[in-house]
Design a protein around this ligand. Structure first.
Ligand code: FMN
Length: 191
């Protein structure tokens, strides 16, 4: 299996890193593209060096290299995850702007009808953000904001992150046991 992973400059670089780590452990071939501002958030928000993040991927492409393999629909991949996805990258994909290799590859996913999963991160959301997400959702894109779940009683940030990573891999039907699956503990319902 071949998956493209884009990390853009929204808060939550750890989501992209943990997705890469999991795909690496599961033996999935990954093609990594990191935006300039993602390099800043990796530095600001995590203890990972850029080199450590890049070492998790099978292939690393510069975001400026529009001649990279993944820039062409003739290069076969199974899908793309952008984690986290900034509102700028979201907007660029929505209008087909293809201004760097992340948005170009996302454009290729759309034209080739491949799975595209966006971990969109901003809060609060303005009308532009919402409209862009709606338009892409209507084109078949999976909009997966990395919002925490509490029904599995997370006890640390790792639990919260792993839950989002698991739900992301679920979208690609990649088997994983990163999180507890929902099993109802409710014995009775009093309404
Ligand atoms: C620490 C930090 C946190 C940011 N968080 C967000 C965010 O959560 N969502 C977002 O859309 N932009 C966020 N930004 C702004 C983006 O980095 C900026 O819009 C940038 O142009 C995105 O470019 P890219 O999508 O090519 O990475 C953040 C910037 C910094 C420095």
């Amino acid at each position: 299996m071949r998956i493209v992973v884009g990390i853009s400059g929204a808060s939550g670089a750890i989501f992209g890193i943990k997705i890469l780590e999991s795909l690496h452990e599961l033996g999935v071939e990954t093609y990594l593209i990191i935006s300039d501002w993602a390099k800043a958030t990796i530095n600001l928000e995590t203890n990972y060096s850029l080199k450590e993040v890049e070492s998790l991927a099978t292939v690393v492409h510069s975001k400026n290299n529009l001649a990279a393999s993944v820039s062409s629909g003739s290069f076969r991949v199974d899908g793309m995850i952008i984690a986290p996805c900034s509102m700028k990258t979201l907007a660029s994909i929505r209008v087909g702007f293809s201004d760097n290799l992340i948005s170009r590859t996302a454009d290729v996913m759309l034209k080739e009808h491949k799975k595209l999963i966006l971990l969109t991160r901003e809060t609060p959301l303005n009308t532009i953000h919402l409209e862009n997400m709606l338009a892409l959702s209507q084109m078949g894109v999976v909009i997966l904001p990395p919002t925490p779940a509490f029904y599995n009683n997370p006890s640390c940030i790792d639990d919260v992150v792993n839950h989002i990573v698991a739900r992301t891999l679920d979208q690609l039907d990649i088997e994983n046991d990163l999180t507890k699956r929902w099993e109802s503990k409710l014995k009775t319902i009093n309404f």
